[in-house]
Ligand binder design. Sequence first.
Ligand SMILES: [Fe+2]
Ligand SMILES: [Fe+2]
Length: 161
Amino acid sequence: MKKTVSKLLNAQVNKEFFSAYLYLGIAKFFTKQDLPGFANWYKVQAEEETEHAMKIYDYLLDQDEDVALDKIAAVNVDFKDALEAAKEADKHERYITAEIEKIMDAAVKEKDYRTQIFLNWFISEQEEEERNSKEMITKIEMLGSDKKNLYLLDKELGSRE
Ligand SMILES: [Fe+2]
Ligand SMILES: [Fe+2]
């Protein structure tokens, strides 16, 4: 594997673990707001992010590359309200999409066909992630201002496994 590609994949392992960290932070915020359903939804999301990181970790090792496991950045979870937390998650997913696309650009440039196929999964996954994070904003905007509706939405989000 070319150095440019392996460096970007290594950085992405760290970014996916940071995503897990961010979602744990958001989950914690909702637990403190007495919204266990929201907290559950973001905890499940954090688990998904760990899986993303592990997918790249395994891929790098399978290709006889090293995995750096650098320091994970701290998370700031001082949100004003549920909407702000959801918007932060959405902003982050858009950033992650751009980062995945950068790795794809490098793989195309280096004619690394194997990594291109590997990254296809992440390209589709980011479409799902962006759809989910956008949907969350819409739901909070539609239902979040009313206490009864917020309670029902929290119940719905609690069912994510
Ligand atoms: Fe991810
Ligand atoms: Fe996902």
